[in-house]
Design a protein around this ligand. Structure first.
Ligand code: FDA
Ligand code: NAP
Length: 449
């Protein structure tokens, strides 16, 4: 079926799909490129399905902190004098001095969200909110022999559609919430990605017994939040490990997130890539920041001292099945110690069971996705400049910000490297445009006899 809707006439150099931190960082890189090449700026626009800017709003829990330094912001690693840096934000907010007095490298997620909102306001001419990209299709423009353009269908909240045309898209649609097989979210069964919206819709008095599944950062933060916000409630943490494990953010391990490490990962052997994951998965997955672990242990200990226990840890335990209702959930837990199953009832059950990475095939659709190469393991092949490797005969570009853990390493779904990565993508788009224009000029210039 073809793409339908109002058609914009202009051909853009690039359309960004999603306006989270990754594509915001790209918008900044392109804006700064435009400032240095005002006669030939990159024509770009971004579409974001949320009605206004928001970054994991449902996990903006009061005491949650960032997991990176404030210097790993949208621009600093690429351009330390960018007007979009976190330092620039602090200055504009009259808080730079106080931030320094506070002596912390790690802002709260609330403050980083303020920073992102401030940056988004400075990019408002670049983005249309309430606009979901629903389809992408390659087309062959006038004079071209192979598809060199992309038609992108964008649906607004009111149901209307428009079609924009671009030479490239940058897909940056983010992580996808994952529930264990057989579990469906419902009135009282939530994934952590929807947590605050769901929680705020409840009468707290109706939540007398709640449970959180998982042993990652989301699970530990939600457990702490429940314990603080529901002083009358029993709070159960269902954790698959023996206890929460710490996220390794020590300096040597942290080098896995360095910009140069991307080259070592990308050009390394299969064995090297495997070693990165074996040794350093614990920098990010199924791990928890040390301060949150200590805060939870302190609460457990305080309850032992007082003799009133309402925080419960079910360790070495996984969820087997769940049955949700309007007022709660019945869950079958399986102990890994002796394989015993036990059925329990909770007023609310939160799955902090993680996320799947970005999969571009969802957006490209089966037919268009066939234009791109996959490796022996069935994963998309991606160039070093984050462009999907096309089968022959496609000169328009699909770039990824996310979904490249297999090719570019652990920074794929994180903020650590976004300033450099989006700079590399911007450079690639500009370079390929220059090559195309030079090629066209050469074709049009009659060769000397
Ligand atoms: P992100 O998910 O932020 O943005 C994608 C955007 O695309 C969304 O706004 C979405 O609405 C939009 N979108 C999706 N489909 C669309 C479509 N079809 N059309 C239009 N728009 C569409 N990492 C880190 O390094 N440090 C940290 O402190 C944290 N903290 C953190 C907290 C929590 C609660 C989570 C779940 C994750 C983190 N992360 C993190 C990891 C996280 O992936 C990272 O912070 C960024 O969100 C990555 O930015 P992106 O822009 O790539 O995705
Ligand atoms: P995660 O790290 O992938 O953890 C998911 C957890 O759920 C794992 O412990 C997993 O166990 C467990 N799990 C899955 N299925 C289960 C089942 N059936 N029964 C019991 N346990 C089950 O996910 P996350 O905690 O959401 O973190 C995702 C990303 O967001 C990370 O990058 C993290 O750093 C980030 N984050 C950041 C902040 C912050 O900045 N403050 C806050 C939250 C999240 P297994 O390991 O056994 O599969």
């Amino acid at each position: 079926m073809g793409i339908t809707g109002r058609r914009d006439q202009e051909i853009l150099d690039v359309v960004g799909i999603g306006f989270g931190p990754s594509n915001m960082s790209l918008a900044i890189a392109l804006k700064e490129h435009g400032a240095s090449a005002p006669l030939h700026p990159v024509r770009s626009h971004f579409f974001e399905r949320q009605p206004t800017f928001g970054w994991h709003r449902n996990m903006l829990l009061p005491s949650a902190t960032m997991q990176i330094s404030f210097l790993k912001d949208l621009a600093t690693f690429r351009n330390p004098v960018s007007r979009f840096s976190f330092v620039s934000f602090l200055h504009a907010s009259n808080r730079l001095v106080q931030f320094v007095n506070n002596q912390s490298f790690i802002p709260t997620r609330q403050e980083f969200h303020q920073y992102l909102e401030w940056a988004a306001a400075g990019l408002s001419d670049q983005v249309t909110y309430g606009s979901e990209v629903t389809a992408i299709r390659p087309v062959t423009g006038p004079g071209a022999r192979t598809p060199d353009l992309l038609e992108i269908e964008v649906r607004s909240g009111d149901g209307s559609a428009r079609v924009v045309t671009a030479r490239n898209v940058v897909v940056s649609t983010g992580l996808v919430p994952r529930l264990p097989e057989g579990v469906t979210a419902g009135e009282r069964v939530w994934h952590s990605s929807e947590f605050l919206t769901r929680f705020n819709a409840q009468d707290p008095a109706s939540l007398k017994s709640v449970a959180v599944v998982g042993a990652g950062q989301s699970a530990a933060e939600v457990t702490r939040f429940f314990h603080d916000s529901l002083p009358h409630a029993q709070v159960t943490a269902v954790i698959p490990s023996y206890g929460y494990s710490v996220a390794d953010d020590t300096p040597f391990a942290n080098q896995v997130f360095d910009p140069d490490t991307v080259d070592e990962y990308y050009f390394g052997t299969e064995g090297a890539r495997d070693a990165f994951w074996r040794y350093h998965r614990n920098t990010n997955y199924s791990v928890v920041d040390a301060d949150v672990i200590r805060a939870l242990y302190q609460r457990q200990y305080d309850e032992q001292v007082s003799g009133v226990q309402r925080l419960h840890f079910r360790n070495l335990t996984r969820v087997d099945s769940v049955e949700g209702s309007d007022s709660g959930a019945r869950v079958v837990l399986r102990s890994l110690l002796d394989d015993r199953r036990e059925e329990l009832a909770f007023d609310a059950l939160v799955f902090a069971s993680g996320y799947d990475g970005l999969d571009p095939a969802r957006l490209l659709g089966e037919e268009f996705d066939r234009h791109f190469q996959r490796d022996a393991a069935g994963r998309h092949r991606v160039e070093r400049d984050y462009r999907l490797v096309a089968t022959s005969g496609l000169s328009c570009g699909v770039y990824l910000q996310g979904g490249t853990e297999h090719s570019h390493g652990l920074t794929s779904a994180l903020l650590s490297n976004i300033a450099i990565r989006s700079g590399e993508i911007a450079d690639s788009i500009v370079l390929r445009r220059t090559e195309r224009e030079l090629g066209r000029q050469a074709e049009e210039t009659p060769s000397a006899a």
